[in-house]
Ligand binder design. Sequence first.
Ligand code: DLZ
Length: 159
Amino acid sequence: MATSLKNLSAYDAADVPDASALSIGIVVADWNIEINNQLLKGAVDTLRKHGVSDANIFISRVPGAFELTYGCKTLAESYEVDAVIAIGTVIQGETPHFNFICQGVTYGISELNLSFEIPFIFGVLTVNSLEQAQDRAGGKHGNKGVEAAVTAIKMALLS
Ligand code: DLZ
């Protein structure tokens, strides 16, 4: 499970390259939408902070985490983006399908990384409770959306 030691919003801004030339796609799941909107805000704020313009941030929504793979694929095929971030939250306490959904989206996003020439970033919380999700969506463990955005910039500019 997500680390209890690392703050997901903590990073060295000096280590992040200028992102003003980048276009970034973000696909957000509707399940656990309040948590996901916090993750989305963390991601967008971070992209803006490092120079990505609003015109170059493409956001689409899908029903649940299981649909993130197809949503990311469709977005990558529809827009000229340099990276795509998948945002979702799967909470074990609320779903007997937890392992299936987690495995499905993890495998799907991994496959996209091998199939396309751009990186796909895993901004998905897989947690035991709503409280753990809140802790990682702007709470005491930071915001996974911030971590995902920093990762997207670094991976898009990987040389
Ligand atoms: C069905 C379902 C359940 C039970 N739990 C979650 C969840 O915690 N997080 C999430 O993003 N999606 C969940 N879903 C919906 C599935 O991801 C998917 O949308 C449906 O199974 C339809 O394919």
